[in-house]
Ligand binder design. Structure first.
Ligand code: FES
Length: 573
């Protein structure tokens, strides 16, 4: 059998001027001639950055991937792409997800690469790299950096993100001193890795494992666990085989993979951010996924992983209990997961997980005694969200799932910050807090401000949850009865823009309804008076505002949707 000619040979093969130039400059790094002899060239797409602390260890992991690539007879080349650090980037890392995906797509297509390993970790680094790679469709495998070790403060385990939201409210309510809050700072981030709650980073690491584009156990192994280094090495070996087998991303990211991922998201109590990211990834690879699929597929999946923010434990315990393969096995045995889905191992998902063993049934519960009967994401519709909105029932208060209350409206996040501390603010625990102009176009970038903190005067009375509605997102580490991603957003003229102080709003999660109790005639009158917010900004923000799709479509850019393949570009000289 003749070996297939590698894509990279369009650069490195032959004795023409261009081939000599391509090889010659590469050789300034001390590479042996046989690196260019037609073996698979593996791009290691790295989001290492000291400004993305969750990914700061990824250069070490890249070395392990290289070891595996060499062992399998490939030639690894590491390259950086834009790295999105959730904890530092302003106004929000989400503003740059699509930009980073463009960097990834063009870097892959424009270079002599036959297969790609995506090194990811912090929230947006996973979807941005997978979106870019999906638009190229080379053989691709994802490796996450893994979660931090458990946070520990005054002898107690604390979860990154979740603890910040909780402690901050405790300080506002006068139950925790500022000194104690500041002392907790270092104890919450004790090792390399991403947030160790089931926040967006851990959710997305689980999603890539559930989609079949990462090796089993990718989600839960701690960043500093030696077994993650082994996983990196195995990832390097496997991508070389995948190139030889021509196992492209489009052969794995098929409809069944997305169906499985949505169900797994329900079982792990995963982040609402996964909705946006999976819709965007599906759009790139050409799978017709819709917002309603999230409800239809995830509605009856109980949350069985007892992790913060929905439950008690952290990723370290999840790993020790057996990690995601245990969850996937349980779902498959209950008929909630399609085990014949393909994966990067070359085996089916069922073959990957059938040997998994639950080592701690307190952390990974049984489907008959779950943490929440109905996990997943509920999709709400009604005259306040004609194109949909989402809520995570497992993080919400059951008594508020059916609620009617008076709207207290914050026009912008600055308006919220200005007024929320006012002791005369006309609000009580039955009110519905509405925040607008925080969507994709409005913020811009759809910041994670939807879980706006409660008014201090109510916190001091022991109130810990209220219904909150916005066109924003919420951190995956956050919790509460929070309706998010209202579409169309206020800045695009959605009905959220028309809500007035004192209007009555009805939330009915069991019926999947979100209703503004105002007549159509009155809404039409208000719409006639509505003025669109300030004109778009210039530069990248201007491009973003002009081209970003609404939340129900994954907030990708309209011109980036779809797979453009990895055809060989024209010569540069
Ligand atoms: Fe990076 Fe949470 S801030 S994963």
């Amino acid at each position: 059998m003749t070996a297939k000619r590698m894509r990279s040979q369009a650069w490195f093969g032959g004795d023409g001027k261009n081939a000599i130039m391509h090889r010659s400059w590469m050789k300034n790094q001390g590479m042996a001639p046989d690196a260019f002899d037609g073996r698979p060239v593996i791009g290691i797409c790295n989001t290492w950055s000291e400004l993305t602390p969750c990914n700061a260890h990824l250069r070490d992991l890249a070395e392990r991937v290289k070891r595996g690539v060499y062992e399998a007879g490939g030639f690894p080349v590491e390259f950086p792409v834009m790295s999105l650090g959730e904890s530092n980037l302003r106004p929000t890392a989400m503003l740059y997800r699509n930009l980073a995906s463009m960097d990834v797509e063009e870097s892959i297509r424009g270079n002599p690469i036959d297969g790609v390993v995506l090194l990811v970790g912090c929230d947006k680094t996973t979807p941005s790299l997978l979106m870019g790679a999906a638009s190229c469709d080379l053989p691709t495998i994802v490796l996450s950096g893994g979660p931090m070790l458990n946070g520990r403060v005054r002898g107690k385990a604390v979860g990154s993100g979740t603890a910040i939201w909780h402690f901050s409210e405790e300080v506002k309510a006068g139950r925790m001193s500022l000194k104690d809050f500041m002392d907790a700072e270092a104890g919450m981030a004790r090792s390399a890795g991403s947030c160790m709650t089931m926040g967006t980073a851990s959710t997305m690491a689980s999603m890539v494992e559930a989609l079949g584009v990462a090796l089993p156990e990718n989600a839960a192994l701690p960043a500093v666990d030696a077994r993650r280094s082994v996983l990196a090495q195995l990832t390097g070996r496997r991508i070389v085989e995948m190139v030889r087998e021509d196992q492209r991303l489009s052969s794995i990211l098929v409809p069944v993979a997305f169906r499985n991922a949505i169900r797994v998201n329900g079982a792990i109590g995963g982040s609402t951010n996964a909705v946006l990211h999976l819709l965007a990834i599906a759009g790139r690879i050409g799978v017709a996924l819709t917002l309603d699929d999230w409800d239809a597929l995830g509605r009856d999946v109980p949350t069985i992983v007892d992790l913060q923010p929905s439950g008690r434990f952290l990723m370290e315990e999840f790993c020790y209990a057996g990690g995601l393969p245990v969850v996937m096995k349980a779902l498959a045995e209950a008929g909630l997961l399609e085990g014949d889905a393909p994966s990067v191992t070359g085996r089916t998902v069922w073959e990957n997980v059938r040997g998994a063993e639950n080592l701690d049934p307190e952390v990974i519960r049984s489907l008959s005694a779950p943490l929440t009967e109905q996990g997943g994401i509920a999709v709400l519709r009604g005259n306040l969200a004609p194109d949909g909105a989402v809520i995570k029932p497992s993080a919400a208060r059951p008594s508020l799932m059916q609620h009617r209350g008076r709207a207290v409206v914050f026009d912008t996040i600055n308006d919220y910050h200005r007024r929320i501390h006012d002791p005369d603010l006309d609000i009580d625990e039955n009110s519905v807090m509405v925040l607008r102009n925080c969507g994709p176009r409005g913020y811009p970038g759809m910041a994670e401000v939807g879980n706006m903190g409660l008014p201090p005067k109510l916190l001091a009375r022991g109130i810990t949850d209220m219904v909150r509605i916005s066109d924003a997102r919420m951190s995956g580490t956050a919790y509460g009865t929070v309706v998010l991603h209202v579409a169309p957003e206020a800045a695009a003229g959605g009905p959220l823009a028309l809500v007035r102080e004192g209007d009555m709003i009805t939330l009915d999660v069991p019926a999947r309804r979100l209703t503004l109790d105002v007549s159509d005639a009155e809404l039409a009158r208000r719409r006639a008076e509505w003025q669109s917010p300030a004109p778009p900004a210039s530069g990248y923000q201007g491009l973003y505002i002009k081209h970003v799709l609404q939340a129900d479509q994954g907030a990708d850019f309209d011109f980036l949707v779809g797979c453009r393949g990895a055809g060989i570009p024209a010569q540069s000289h």
